[in-house]
Design a protein around this ligand. Structure first.
Ligand code: PMP
Length: 437
């Protein structure tokens, strides 16, 4: 039995356990597509943990790699010293990265990867002699983790409002009007390039000579699955090229096979300058992130020892042996199961299943890309988030784990999901929606 004190010691403001009141639901073990709860029930994982366990749970190659590494070289400061696994993992992971991304900087999370990329971008311009380029541009409804830089460039006003000005010189691409809303959510694709032109507005407003970088998620996940309209990312790339602005893709969610290609960069055929990753890099099993850069960025810092010192950055656990071993086990598992492209094979089936939810009570939009899905619900007046959250609780009782963000249900199952499991996930969700409040 758990004492109240035990439950209160762990402070996580968003924890759904608070909503479960006195009986928190404990996940005690996991295997492939399923969690097991403390009361012995099996729950189908519809969210790959938190968009991270792309190969599912408890995969032997990953478990074994971690076990063996912990018994051999548990920790080494890759910050100063090398060790075999960090070189091996770096070279293998850049091999699956999009073309031109020949270097990786290891961090421990998505938030840290974001901070690393933002600092890199500003420092890059400085070593190139453009010290006036310091501004960072994010996007409305962008999510880039919870550290100060990330919430500054992030587009969630409620995450920023407690913290005053945050980073100075930050601005956001805006897509508030209905046309933009529909383009990102309802699949009205023809205006993508026009929408990206909001970046030109910022370039004029701030002067291109002050702007270091633009950061966007190719597909925004946590803020409700926003799929870029056709031509949008291409136009962002073109504007950045025109004004010597670096383009950063935050692929924390889209990286490692989520869209049916290794990265969203491959999916959309638009190549940024820096790619931010985490989550799937170790199948979510050990905290790790990776920032992939092209040689032009890497080499800019390698022109002399003074530049190395100007970009003084790195973490105690950057490239730590156990995370690298987990990463190697993850890549092997992805390869063996063909997971970096499996999403593409499953996407049509996934789409049909998801779209069958259209027309169910309170459903106002259903959208999907790769193995991501979103079901947007009409909010109960005055009680935003309540309807989706009650679906989340009901779904859990019926044996499926889903995720909600506002009144949007987000799905991102492990990429090993079978068609029968897709049927179970979506079929159960249909029942939940039919009975929803
Ligand atoms: N960027 C994106 C796009 C994310 O989705 C997330 C986490 N959901 C982060 C950054 C932050 O990652 P972490 O929680 O590992 O810090």
């Amino acid at each position: 039995q758990h004492r109240t004190n035990d439950l209160e010691a762990f402070w996580m403001p968003f924890s759904a356990n608070r909503q479960f009141k006195k009986a928190p639901r404990m996940l005690v073990s996991a295997d492939r597509m399923h969690y097991r709860t403390d009361d012995g029930r099996s729950v189908l994982d519809g969210t790959a943990g938190l968009w991270c366990c792309n190969a599912g749970h408890n995969r032997p190659k990953i478990v074994e790699a971690i076990r063996a590494q912990a018994g051999e070289l548990d920790y080494a400061p890759a910050f100063q010293m090398g060790h075999p696994k960090v070189f091996e993992f770096a070279s293998k992971v850049v091999n699956i990265a999009p073309e031109g991304f020949d270097h990786v900087f290891f961090t421990n999370s998505g938030s840290e990867s974001v901070e690393t990329a933002l600092k890199m971008a500003v420092a890059y311009h400085r070593v190139k002699g453009n010290g006036s380029k310091f501004r960072l541009i994010g996007r409305e409804r962008g999510y880039h983790g919870v550290n100060f830089g990330g919430i500054s460039v992030g587009g969630i006003v409620s995450n920023r409002k407690m913290f005053g000005t945050l980073l100075t010189g930050v601005d956001h691409i805006r897509h508030t009007h209905d046309l933009a809303r529909n383009a990102f959510t309802r699949g009205e694709p023809e205006h993508g390039a026009d929408l990206a032109d909001d970046l030109e507005r910022l370039v004029t407003l701030h002067d291109a000579s002050t702007i270091a970088a633009v950061i966007v998620e190719p597909v925004a996940g946590s803020t409700g699955v926003l799929i870029p309209p056709k031509g949008y990312l291409q136009r962002l790339r073109a504007i950045c090229d025109k004004h010597d602005i670096l383009l950063i893709f935050d692929e924390v969610i889209t990286g490692f096979g989520r869209l049916g290609t290794p990265f969203a960069t491959d999916y959309f055929g638009v190549s940024p300058d820096i790619i931010v990753t985490a989550k799937g890099i170790t199948n979510g099993v050990i905290p790790m992130g990776g920032v992939f850069v092209k040689s032009k960025i890497h080499d800019a810092f390698m022109n002399g020892p003074e530049h190395l010192i100007e970009f003084f950055h790195g973490y105690t656990y950057s490239g730590n042996p156990i995370a690298c071993a987990a990463g190697l086990g993850t890549l092997e598992t992805y390869k063996e199961d063909g997971l970096l492209t499996r999403g593409a094979e499953l996407a049509p089936y996934w789409e049909d299943a998801l779209q069958s939810l259209k027309g169910l009570p309170h459903v106002i939009d259903v959208r999907n890309i790769g193995l991501i899905g979103a079901i947007e619900l009409e909010s109960i007046p005055g009680e935003p988030t309540k309807r989706a959250f009650s679906c989340f609780l009901d779904a859990f009782e019926r044996g499926i784990l889903i995720r909600t963000t506002g009144d949007i249900i987000a799905l991102s199952p492990p990429l090993i999901i079978s068609k029968a499991e897709i049927d179970q996930l979506i079929g159960t969700l249909a029942q939940v929606l039919k009975d929803s409040i």
